[in-house]
Design a binder for this molecule. Structure first.
Ligand code: KG4
Ligand code: ZN
Length: 335
């Protein structure tokens, strides 16, 4: 097999990342510069701050990635870039950098949907087999995506309000945790029990959609009420109760989708896919549907990174997806 090298850029939110990926399956370099520290004091990502950081970091990340991969521009075969969804000013930095390299070195430019990238993070664990179903859970998205074949994505269900990660981050603020709070709530949850029995929205509705804003409100009301009456609530139990509610709904809707869409693999991806409780709960339920292989993105690749964009970009490239130099950022890009 010829060695085909893709240079990939990811700047949709608060990580600047550049990667070199071989044949869509092997990471030669995956440089990630995170800005989380700069956003923490604001309790969330500040778009203007994100753009400025990307501008400062992008060239350094590019140089580091090429050096680490020991690859020259002449050896590259294509340039892939996230062009949406995400923050427009942040996306534009990656898009401009990718265009510059593609133009200067006469390379094809491959536009990649950030969420397709999350799905393809699993490609570094095992080859994807089709048809497949992906449960995509991140800070901005919660959706079930059906993949009938490579490079085709069909949304089967999605959140009607908050994304799962967004709910984690918002209740984290109420618990006094710093942004992003998902990982810490996951850890607290493991030391607690589901004693509050928060609502499981849309659990029994015959669709594949989610809703997390009711859970978020129930959680906040419980904490505020306790504060008013001077009652001390157990943080671990609060976290465990919140997390169990999220997991119950995600697992139930995923299993429902797997019954309606026979697939070879279930792919768990996105930042919230790093959640220990969710990984365990899905693995347990899937042993009963053992014709479906449960594929999880590696923990280190669940968050935003350019390697996953290189993997998704490789498949898009092989399917003749191309962008011209007028490629623009699409903040609300959908599948
Ligand atoms: O995919 P991602 O890195 O960025 C987006 O594209 O949104 O996802 C970030 C989200 C944050 O909301 C963060 O709190 C959440 O993923 N997250 C977790 C865990 N690790 C990160 N949520 C629950 N459990 C975790 N272990
Ligand atoms: Zn993401």
């Amino acid at each position: 097999l010829k060695r085909e090298l893709i240079l990939a850029f990811e700047t949709s939110c608060d990580e600047t990342s550049v990667a070199v990926v071989e044949n869509g399956e092997k990471i030669l370099a995956n440089v990630v510069a995170t800005q989380i520290k700069s956003h923490k004091r604001f309790g969330g990502v500040v778009p203007e701050v994100a753009s400025r950081h990307h501008i400062e970091q992008i060239t350094l990340c590019l140089q580091d990635a090429l050096a680490e991969a020991a690859v020259t521009y002449e050896e590259l075969d294509a340039v892939a870039v996230t062009y949406g969804p995400g923050l427009v000013g942040a996306l534009l930095v990656g898009v401009a950098a990718a265009k510059a390299v593609a133009f200067a070195h006469n390379l094809p430019l491959i536009p990649v949907n950030h969420m397709a990238g999350h799905i393809y993070a699993a490609r570094f664990v095992t080859p994807l087999e089709f048809p497949a179903m992906a449960l995509l859970v991140s800070g901005g998205h919660t959706e079930l995506v059906y993949l009938p074949e490579p490079n085709r994505y069909e949304i089967v269900g999605e959140t009607r309000d908050d994304a799962a990660g967004e709910a984690y981050d918002k209740i984290g603020r109420v618990l006094g945790l710093s942004y992003p709070a998902g990982k810490e709530i996951d850890a607290l949850a493991h030391a607690g029990k589901d004693s509050f029995k928060f609502p499981r929205a849309m659990l029994h509705e015959e669709n594949y959609d989610f809703s997390f804003s009711g859970l978020k409100s129930a959680f906040i009301n419980t904490v505020h009420h306790a504060q008013q009456v001077g009652e001390e609530l157990n943080k671990n139990d609060l976290a465990a109760s919140f997390q169990q509610s999220v997991i119950d709904v995600l697992v139930a809707k995923t299993i429902r989708a797997l019954h309606a869409f026979p697939v070879k693999q279930l792919i768990l991806a996105g930042g919230v896919a790093a959640n220990r409780g969710l990984r365990q709960a899905l693995a347990q339920r899937l042993t009963r549907l053992d014709e479906v292989e449960f594929v999880k993105a590696p923990l280190t690749l669940c968050g935003d990174n350019a390697a996953m964009i290189g993997a998704a970009g490789y498949v898009a490239w092989k399917n003749d997806v191309r962008a011209q130099l007028d490629l623009n950022a699409e903040p609300s890009l959908e599948f």
